[in-house]
Every structure is written in C-alpha cells, then in structure tokens.
Design a protein around this ligand. Structure first.
Ligand code: C2E
Ligand code: MG
Ligand code: MG
Ligand code: MG
Length: 291
C-alpha cells in the first residue's frame, strides 16, 4: 500500500495486511449506513465582524452520529461518501441550515446568513446548482443569505463547468467563499479568475499568530488585498481570545474560531446568540470579556 511520504526518511510503503482492507471496508460501511439511517447532525459556528461584534453568519458543519453516542468528524467521513453521497450531504446540510435559520428568525428575531461547504465535484457536475435552487424555492429562503464555501485547492474548480456553476449561483443571488486559502499550494490566480465574494484564510496561519510575526504580516497583507479586491475576508481558527484581539488590531474584518465560539448544535446556538451581545458589551478591552 502506497502512502504519501511525510518526510524523506519516513517510508512511503507499508506491508500489506488484510486488516487494513477490513478496517477501511468496515468504516465505509458504517459511514454509508449511518448516513442513510439519518445519522447526520449539523453544528453551527458563528462568524463575527470584529469591529462591531455583529454575527455575520453561521457556518454549517456536518457530523455523523455513529450510533454509539459519538459524533464522527467530517474529515473522517466525507471522503467515504462518494460523489452521490456528497451531493446528498450538501442537500441535507443546506436544508437543515435553512430550516434552522428560519426558526431563529421566528423565535429570536435574527436574520442570519448561513454558510454551507460544497464539494467542487458537485459544482462541476451541475448538481450543486440544482440543489441550491431547489432549496431556495422550497423554503422561500432568500438566496442572498446563503454562502457557498468551496475549497480553494480543489482541482475541480479548474473545470469550466464548475466555474459556470459558481457564476450562475452568484447570479442567482448566493455568495461564494473560497475556503482554506493558504492550506495547500495556493495560486493567486484562483482569487483572480473565480467569481468570489469572500475569502477565508486557513486556520494554519492564524493558530500560531502570536509566535510567528511573519504570519502576522501575511494575514495583514491578505486582508488588505481582500479589501482592495472588494471581497470579504474571514480569518479561520481564531482559537483564543488573544488571537481574536490580535486579529482585530490588525484590522482583519471577520473571524471564526474557538476563541469566539465552538461549532454547536442548533439549540445551543440559540442560547449563544442570546448571550453574545452581553458578552460584547461588557467587554473591558475591545470585543470580548477576559475570563
Ligand atoms: P472548514 O470548512 O474549513 O471548517 C472549519 C473547520 O475548522 C471546522 O472543522 C471547525 O470545527 C474547525 N475550527 C473552527 N474554529 C477552530 C479553532 O479555533 N481551532 C481549530 N483547531 N479548529 C477550528 P470540522 O467541523 O471538523 O470540519 C472540517 C472540514 O470538513 C471543514 O473545514 C470542511 O472542509 C469539511 N466539511 C464540514 N462539513 C461539510 C459538509 O457539509 N460538506 C462538505 N463537503 N464538507 C464539509
Ligand atoms: Mg468551510
Ligand atoms: Mg476553512
Ligand atoms: Mg478546513
């Protein structure tokens, strides 16, 4: 079995063992069974405007209930879903997110935008376009309140059909976010050639911000670039309140991370939303109260 080498001295092969196949197969079966059985759970993580503390949107993040009281994180199951499974996932997550957003609107009086991750393979095939349009029509939800997040480094974004889908979704009223900027070998071209509204800088740049002054300058410059391109800019992975403050000092417009809120189920988000203005107001230095 070939593996990617992690370093020059690490082996890039392993001795074949039947157990490897068996584990993969069992996991694949578990994922597909749990997904088909309604095991999908959608958690939400707020994105906040740093200057004001206003909640800009919530990102819907998929989890899978394994049937034994644990949630499987998305990176441990989305690759098992295949192309058909991925579009079912997008459809289910978007429907849930729109339903929850309409409920928060009724019960809390807030009009939140929702961000959903879409695999570019489903953009290239046209399936994502159909799903988004359907959802908007069925729920009567404004397209302008939907953000579609696509991974910047996906090969499928090079397909003309994927770019056409993005353009059409945008014409339909949705906003497009380029996700995880800087997590792989990025190309500035992507930012130039794609019809986008938001760039989300990968958490790898933000997490160690305090220790790496070089990253600080990088984040600041990218925020400036976004500003001059007229696109929104979100820093992901703002893990601590100090990092949130540092980002605000750098005049980074928006942030998302554990330092603001963890991803949480819909009910918990309702409580968090109710408590958040108080937290912002009572803040002694800037946005957040020091605990
Ligand atoms: P993403 O779209 O970049 O989402 C942000 C990820 O960063 C989430 O991980 C979130 O929990 C995590 N995160 C947020 N703040 C912090 C922080 O302060 N520190 C750290 N260490 N992590 C933070 P999660 O939920 O495990 O999702 C991982 C990835 O799985 C997502 O990355 C997205 O690419 C993918 N994904 C999630 N839901 C879906 C979905 O419905 N469809 C598709 N196609 N992909 C999805
Ligand atoms: Mg995302
Ligand atoms: Mg991301
Ligand atoms: Mg990510």
């Amino acid at each position: 079995i070939k593996q990617q080498p992690r370093s020059f001295d690490a082996p890039f092969w392993r001795v074949y063992q039947p157990a490897i196949d068996r584990d993969h197969f069992n996991h694949l079966r578990l994922v597909r069974e749990r997904f088909a059985a309604g095991g999908l759970r959608v958690h939400y993580q707020p994105v906040v405007e740093l200057a004001s503390g206003r909640v800009v949107e919530v990102e819907a993040l998929a989890r899978l209930d394994n049937g034994a009281g644990q949630l499987i994180p998305p990176l441990d199951f989305i690759h098992q879903l295949g192309r058909d499974g991925l579009i079912s996932l997008t459809s289910a997550v978007l429907n849930q997110a729109v339903t929850d957003a309409l409920r928060w609107q009724r019960t809390l009086g807030v009009e939140l935008n929702v961000a959903v991750n879409v695999d570019p393979v489903n953009l290239a095939s046209g399936e994502a376009l159909a799903v988004v349009k359907d959802t908007v029509v069925v729920h009567g939800f404004p397209a302008r309140r939907i953000v579609l997040e696509v991974l910047e480094h996906s090969d499928f974004l090079s397909f003309a059909s994927a770019q056409d889908s993005l353009a059409e979704l945008r014409a339909f009223g949705c906003r497009i976010a380029l996700d995880d900027i800087g997590s792989a070998y990025s190309s500035l071209l992507r930012m130039k050639e794609l019809p986008i509204d938001i760039i989300k800088l990968d958490q790898s740049f933000i997490r160690g911000l305090a220790e790496r002054p070089q990253d600080l300058r990088f984040v600041q410059s990218l925020a400036q670039l976004a500003r001059s391109l007229g696109v929104d800019f979100v820093a992901e992975g703002a893990e601590t309140e100090d990092i949130v403050e540092a980002l605000r000092a750098l005049r980074v417009p928006q942030a998302q991370g554990f330092g603001i809120a963890m991803p949480m189920p819909a009910d918990a988000l309702g409580d968090w939303l109710a408590a958040w203005p108080q937290r912002v107001q009572s803040s002694s230095r800037g946005l957040l109260t020091r605990i």
